[in-house]
Design a protein around this ligand. Structure first.
Ligand code: MTE
Length: 318
């Protein structure tokens, strides 16, 4: 990202955020499969008015995929965002979010699959039980959050659409519509935003397609109505507002690697040992905290995912 504002040496912002968040924290990670579905099927759901509509849920015990770390307060997770389709400032997505209409919405599934199809988002999310997952998210810019996603494993969708034997990668394409996305009226990135994963990464049980945040409909600024979450990779892999999922034989192009190939790679695994050309990746600023904390290899998910990269030079495949 061209934005270095989050590099070390910005204590006033950190302090302000800490003060904002102090006393606000509650763990509300619980969710019920079907609850969100019911919510999103309401007329007008996903609209600006429906965004952030809370519903009461019983507490649930943390699951095997959840981090125990403190969840980033909703206020911060939904107002400090990267979503260049709305603008390049962290506050632009929340300010401009109402221009995106996440219903009706379809997702096209094509490429190397036995069951290509175009499916309505409510039908798609109704295929799978929704799961809560509290994941760390580490942005390549050097800040991080803890996000309580609601979604389903991408693996469940891939198995349902049946990859052909040629499928080696998955490409994701975000919506292109300059009427809904003011940022697309300029050329700050090549539109639409595209991302990709190797098929084994896509099938990993940690890899999620999120439709909600903290038990609520995914706010537009966080990537409504469908957004990828791959917690061991830098945040830019987590493409928002997906309209197409394509299984491919060749490694797909990805937006940030196209924009600055020396700075952003296809893999983008969180790696404190490999600095970004313009800053260190050894530490991060957790939004809502003072100071910086150490960044962990694979963002703390090494036990689960390091095996995917056995024998690979992660300095070259950054
Ligand atoms: N997806 C799209 N379509 N457009 C974007 O600009 N930004 C990425 C990613 N997904 C981006 C995107 C980056 S750089 C980050 S760090 C995360 O979204 C931020 O997610 P958040 O705003 O929900 O924290």
């Amino acid at each position: 990202m061209p934005n270095d504002k989050d590099q070390p040496g910005t204590p006033p912002t950190a302090r302000r955020e800490f003060l904002k968040s102090a006393g606000l924290f509650t763990v509300t990670a619980a969710g019920l499969a079907g609850g969100l579905e019911a919510l999103t099927r309401r007329p007008g759901a996903g609209s600006a008015e429906a965004q952030g509509t809370a519903f009461v849920r019983p507490a649930r015990p943390l699951g095997p995929y959840d981090t125990k770390e403190a969840v980033t307060p909703w206020e911060q997770a939904t107002t400090y965002n990267n979503f260049y389709e709305f603008g390049t400032d962290k506050g632009d997505p929340a300010r401009m979010a109402a221009s995106l209409k996440p219903r009706p919405w379809t997702v096209k599934i094509d490429g190397e699959v036995k069951k290509p199809q175009t499916v309505d988002i409510d039908t798609l999310q109704g295929w799978f039980p929704l799961e809560d997952r509290i994941y760390r998210m580490r942005c390549v810019e050097g800040w991080s959050m803890v996000m309580p996603w609601l979604g389903f494993p991408l693996a469940s969708l891939i198995r349902r659409i049946e990859p052909t034997s040629k499928a080696k990668y998955v490409q994701f394409t975000a919506l292109y519509d300059p009427k809904q996305f003011p940022g697309q009226r300029g050329n700050v990135l090549d539109w639409p935003y595209v991302e990709g994963l190797r098929l084994d990464e896509a099938l990993h049980p940690l890899t999620l397609l999120a439709v909600g945040l903290d038990g609520r409909v995914l706010p537009n600024q966080n990537g409504a109505p469908l957004r990828l979450v791959v917690p061991w990779k830098y945040g830019f892999k987590n493409i928002k507002s997906i309209v197409k999922i394509t299984l491919t034989e060749q490694q797909p192009k990805t937006t940030w690697a196209l924009a600055a190939p020396d700075e952003y790679g296809f893999y983008a695994n969180v790696n404190p040992a490999v600095p970004h050309p313009r800053w260190s990746q050894a530490t991060e600023r957790r939004i809502g905290e003072l100071g910086r904390r150490a960044t962990l290899p694979f963002n703390g998910y090494a036990d689960q995912v390091a095996g995917l990269y056995k024998g690979m030079d992660l300095r070259k495949n950054f």
